[in-house]
Design a binder for this molecule. Structure first.
Ligand SMILES: NC(=O)c1ccc[n+]([C@@H]2O[C@H](COP(=O)([O-])OP(=O)(O)OC[C@H]3O[C@@H](n4cnc5c(N)ncnc54)[C@H](OP(=O)(O)O)[C@@H]3O)[C@@H](O)[C@H]2O)c1
Length: 374
């Protein structure tokens, strides 16, 4: 399955008597790092009650890896899919976040890596700020290959902003570049436009000169969306999304629909999309879309995609393109990240964050504060 391809396997807890040997044989960091670290995660799938406080061995460090002291972790829907069982988990315990930021405490030990132009292109330095998107980040320290999904943060992007922007920002940017390249004059429909991904999609579409139509549930959320540049907001609980979208697009429908809701909105998307339009179904907030017969696409010759950011931003070249592009949008103020809330680094804090996210209560990003900024 696509989402299992780059699943970072968190090693099961070792017995403490094994840890000193484990660290001294595979790393040179034994003296300066704790034998065990705090984490919050799961040992089995289920309701939010399976989220627990964990104590894990300090991660094994390979010669090609950075060691990062985590300051912030981002909360994402994928955490809830992994916790609930919608997506598979291949190894437990799993610290239950897939996004973090912090400070590099160790560079790779492999000299050939350090001397390579590819490594130098990444801008990593000891003490430097980074943000990363990889499984198992809700712990005090993480390790990640230097050529993995990890990015140096520029001076003007804090670690708090980095963790808030990375996963949803890369998702929005890659989808508006590759799923459908949004351009001036397009009508773009974005469901859950006041959500984390939705607000970023909307702002990027505005930088391209598109007209943005968004759906949301409440007038309060609609105000957030308008404050982030959305041209028309449809309150789907009190008005017909299909009728309003057709009215706003002169009966034609939008060139592209970005849909992170999934099951509840898919059939209406087919009614609204423009002939030869592109339907990007990229999430399951209301549940997964059931299998779709190909003949459904014939009615308007539409393109249907079910992408994941992990397959758009997978190579070093793609990372070196999309990371800096995202940070430029943040630094210029063209994309502003709305941070909905910060939650404590405890099982209780993470359970609450997941309940708020899946309960549809949030506008923008939820963060876990793992350690103070330095
Ligand atoms: N494919 C990828 O690579 C990728 C990457 C990141 C995220 N995603 C997907 O993008 C979607 C949005 O993620 P996000 O983190 O930005 O979340 P979010 O949009 O901030 O939060 C989800 C929103 O979905 C709406 N919603 C509609 N029906 C819902 C239901 N039955 N239950 C819960 N919420 C419902 C709610 O907004 P309203 O009140 O406005 O309806 C809710 O606030 C998710 O499906 C996520 O899996 C995909």
């Amino acid at each position: 399955m696509l989402f299992a391809l780059n699943l970072h396997i968190v090693r099961p807890a070792l017995r403490l008597s094994h840890i000193a040997r484990h660290l001294s044989s595979s790393t040179r960091y034994t003296m300066s790092y704790p034998a065990t670290i705090k984490a919050v995660g799961i040992q089995k799938q289920g309701g939010v009650e399976v989220i627990e406080n964990l104590e894990l061995p300090f991660p094994e460090v390979k010669p090609n890896e950075l060691v990062i002291k985590v300051q912030w972790a981002g909360v994402n829907f994928i955490d809830t899919y992994l916790r609930s069982g919608l997506y598979p988990v291949t190894a437990f315990p799993l610290p239950i976040a897939k996004e973090a930021s912090g400070i590099i405490t160790e560079l790779p030990k492999d000299e050939s890596v350090l001397n390579s132009e590819a490594f130098k292109s990444r801008g990593f330095k000891k003490g430097g700020k980074v943000a990363l998107d990889t499984y198992g980040t809700l712990q005090e320290y993480v390790t990640v290959p230097w050529d993995g999904n990890v990015y140096s943060l520029p001076e003007d992007v804090s670690t708090r902003l980095g963790a808030a922007a990375l996963l949803q920002g890369l998702t929005a940017l890659a989808q508006e570049t590759e799923s459908y390249n949004v351009k001036k004059g397009d009508n773009v429909l974005i469901h859950t436009v006041a959500g984390g991904v939705g607000l970023i999609l909307a702002q990027i579409a505005k930088t391209r000169g598109a007209t943005v139509i968004g759906t949301t549930s409440t007038p309060e959320k609609a105000e957030y969306a308008k404050a982030h540049g959305v041209d028309h907001v449809i309150l789907y609980r009190s008005e017909s999304t299909v009728d309003r979208v057709l009215e706003l697009t002169g009966g034609q429908g939008p060139e592209v629909i970005y849909d992170g809701v999934g099951k509840d909105t898919f059939e209406d998307d087919l009614k609204m999309i423009k002939r030869k339009g592109t339907l990007v179904s990229f999430g399951n907030a209301s549940g997964a879309v059931p299998p779709v017969p190909l003949t459904k696409l014939v009615q308007k010759n539409i393109k249907l995609l079910r992408p994941t950011v992990a397959n758009y931003v997978a190579t070093l070249e793609e990372r070196n393109y999309y990371g800096p592009e995202l940070f430029k949008l943040l630094a210029s103020g063209e994309v502003k990240i709305n941070i909905f809330g910060e939650y404590p680094f405890t099982a209780e804090g993470v359970r609450q964050a997941q309940l708020d996210l899946t309960g549809g209560k949030t506008t923008g990003k939820l963060l876990i504060k793992v350690a103070d900024d330095v």
